[in-house]
Design a protein around this ligand. Structure first.
Ligand code: ARG
Length: 466
């Protein structure tokens, strides 16, 4: 922590205006090097593209451009080898690199910052970083979707109870349930792709906020850095952190999906449900209770959602009161995004591993699917279809049958034909064809329904669109 009074030397970047250096506390609150050093590769890439453009427009000499490029290459190797000394006095990654460049190549280093400001520089570096992170996330979601498609294919006929209010509702298949997650993560991936398109504009050249009088070529730097085009308004360019907020919103929605899945895994792996067995690789034992196998990875995925949502709220709150253009508040954007990105990557990777490894206990799912009068709707539908009852009356008759089965402590399919006919004389023995869970599931052939034939169609659709 700071001792408070180190005011000896003035800053080497703006020493012309300042007579004394910052107090130690100022240095501590101001510095971002502790976390923004993560942006070193983007910063160097951005500087190289900028220097090349300055030279091609005759703003700096080709010799200076070569010196700058060589120096930046040396710095890149130094950072990657771990020999670069980061200094908090130099505040951030941009000034750390520029100061080292001056030591390495002398006065030519001072020409690199022509026609740019740290405001457009940081906007560029951070955009490049978020873009790469989104591309990585897209790949990871594709792997998770692929894991689900494989499990869905293996379990297109595996019957399980479907729930509403976590009460047994109607039989579904495990394959169908897996495909629900494919839809969710597919939407997340579409959001990621859209965000990449959205942020694909180059900020460099907006300078401090007003643009510059030097004859720069922003299209050239945009192209060199892999952006579709340059941003169109220099004030917006240095004020905007929508790309970070969009990343955090997408991460929060995706983490919410992961958390719901994690919750289901926790429930399914209890001895009471016993629908799945987690692999040893994704569970832990208890230090005191030898029988236990705990779903820690799923629980931690569920918990990471809290951090990620927190990061979104933190950055929204930082941005909400800021006048245009840049304010130093915006320096607080990076830690939120870095932390959320790390948490999201871990959560997706852990979930992909769990889904690939988990053992599906078909016998347990089948037994649970048959209990809880899960085919009551099928009986009501049969009464509408075969006995011509209005659905509301069929609902009432079925309610009577459920009440009788409950009284007898048996399933609907265990009631005798006589017992059913006593409830409604129109019932015939063909009713037993619809009371089994297999028949119930097979009958739900509406588009997007749970019938194995339908689920297989949806799997094929997704396989065709990675
Ligand atoms: N470290 C700063 C940040 O992350 C860089 C931009 C500083 N700009 C300025 N005008 N002080 O936001």
């Amino acid at each position: 922590m700071a001792d408070g009074t180190d005011q000896k030397s003035s800053n080497q970047m703006w020493g012309g205006r300042f007579a004394s250096g910052p107090s130690a506390i100022m240095e501590e609150i101001n510095a971002s090097i502790g976390f923004d050093k993560k942006l070193y590769a983007q910063d160097i890439r951005g500087s190289m593209a900028h220097a090349a453009m300055l030279a091609s427009k005759g703003i700096i000499s080709p010799e200076d451009k070569d010196k700058i490029t060589d120096g930046l290459n040396t710095i890149l190797s130094e950072i990657e080898a771990g020999s670069f000394e980061f200094s908090r006095k130099l505040e951030d990654i941009h000034m750390n690199i520029e100061a080292r460049l001056a030591t390495l190549i002398g006065p030519a280093a001072g020409r690199l910052h022509t026609a740019r400001s740290r405001n457009d520089q940081v906007a560029l570096d951070f955009r490049l970083w978020v873009k790469e992170e989104l591309q990585k996330t897209e790949g990871m979601l594709t792997a998770l979707i692929a894991a689900f498609l494989d499990r869905a294919e293996e379990n297109a006929d595996t019957v399980m109870p479907g729930f509403t209010h976590l009460q047994t509702a109607q039989p579904v298949t495990f394959g169908h349930h897996c495909m629900a997650y494919v839809e969710m993560f597919g939407r997340d991936r579409a959001r990621v792709r859209h965000a990449i398109e959205h942020l694909d504009e180059s900020p460099i050249g907006a300078a401090a906020l007003a643009g510059t009088g030097y004859p720069i070529d922003r299209h050239m730097t945009a192209k060199a850095l892999g952006f579709r085009e340059p941003t169109r308004n220099s004030i917006d360019t240095v004020s905007d952190r929508d790309f970070a907020l969009e990343f955090l919103s997408i991460a929060s929605i995706c983490a919410t999906h992961l958390s719901r899945l994690a919750e289901e895994i926790v429930i399914w792996s209890t001895p009471q449900f016993g629908f799945i067995r987690l692999s040893d690789a994704f569970s832990t034992g208890s230090s005191i209770m030898p029988q236990k196998k705990n779903p820690d990875a799923a629980e931690l995925v569920r918990a990471k959602t809290g951090r990620i949502n927190g990061s979104l709220i933190a950055l929204l709150t930082v941005m909400k009161g800021l006048p245009l253009a840049y304010s130093k508040d915006m320096q607080e954007d990076k830690e939120q995004v870095f932390d959320a990105a790390e948490s999201l990557e871990l959560a997706i990777a852990a979930m992909t591993g769990m889904i690939r490894d988990l053992e599906v206990r078909k016998d347990r799912m089948r037994a649970a699917a048959g209990s809880g009068y899960s085919t009551a709707t099928d009986l009501a539908d049969w009464l509408v279809r075969e006995a011509g009852l209005p659905f509301r009356d069929a609902h009432h008759v079925t309610g009577n049958a459920v009440a009788l089965a409950e009284k007898k402590g048996c399933d609907l399919a265990d009631l005798s034909l006589e017992e059913l006919q006593a409830i409604h004389p129109g019932i015939t023995k063909s009713v037993f064809d619809v009371l089994s869970v297999e028949a119930s599931v097979a009958s739900r052939t509406s588009f997007g329904g749970t019938a194995p034939s339908e689920v297989k169609k949806q799997i094929a659709w997704w396989r065709g669109r990675n």
